[in-house]
Design a protein around this ligand. Structure first.
Ligand SMILES: Cc1cc2nc3c(=O)[nH]c(=O)nc-3n(C[C@H](O)[C@H](O)[C@H](O)COP(=O)(O)O)c2cc1C
Length: 189
């Protein structure tokens, strides 16, 4: 698929089919993070793959979905939950702008997954103390984000941003994501 087409479809998905993400796609996600650019090539981002159903279940209880929607609309119900989480971790012993590096890794990982039809939700509203303990992270590792993955059970599409940046559901329960126009975000000097 054309990369611009991939970028349009690589939205946030929050309800998933109960079908495991194949190991081949997990390997692509890891490879996409490995290949990411980093300032000074510092490579301080690493991943913890949470793929066993019992562990995925434990993570489900420690993340928050869709702040702009009431829980009955935005939180996946049993039978709609992700089938894979990837914890994105930073080595705090390394100095520099780790958040920019990690953001690039997140973009690459979610795009690589989407290229294989696997949707994702990057999650910052997470219970870090409990997840840090669950994942067994050592002192020097900081949990940046969890990324939920799975085959989407809904559509998600871009709509023009009018006044409000809040995403919403259409009558079929698909996500509508308002984005600014190209003219609004870029100007030529
Ligand atoms: C850093 C970051 C943290 C996010 N945290 C959450 C979260 O905790 N829960 C959630 O449901 N969505 C979360 N999202 C998803 C955003 O709400 C979503 O990216 C935004 O609404 C735009 O939708 P789009 O990804 O389809 O463009 C997060 C996204 C990013 C980039």
């Amino acid at each position: 698929m054309d990369v611009m087409e991939l970028l349009r479809g690589r939205r946030t998905y929050r309800r998933f089919l109960q079908k495991a993400v194949p190991e081949e796609v997990i390997q692509d996600i890891i490879e996409a993070a490995r290949l990411s650019s980093a300032g000074s090539n510092r490579q301080a981002t690493s991943l913890v793959i949470v793929h066993q159903p019992a562990d995925v279940e434990k993570v489900n209880a420690l993340v928050k979905w869709a702040a702009f929607l009431p829980p009955e609309q935005g939180t996946p119900k049993p039978g709609e939950q992700p089938t894979l989480y990837v914890a994105v971790v930073q080595d705090t012993r390394v100095s520099g702008d780790l958040n920019t590096d990690t953001g690039i890794a997140l973009a690459n990982m979610t795009l690589a997954a989407w290229a294989k039809g696997v949707g994702s939700c990057i999650m910052g509203a997470i219970n870090r103390p409990k997840l840090t303990a669950l994942l067994g992270l050592p002192e020097h590792e900081k949990l940046h984000t969890m990324v939920a993955f799975g085959y989407p059970a809904h559509k998600s599409y871009i709509v023009p941003l009018q006044t409000d940046n809040k995403y919403y559901l259409d009558a079929e329960g698909n996500y509508c994501v308002p984005k600014r126009s190209k003219e609004q975000i870029a100007r030529y000097l």
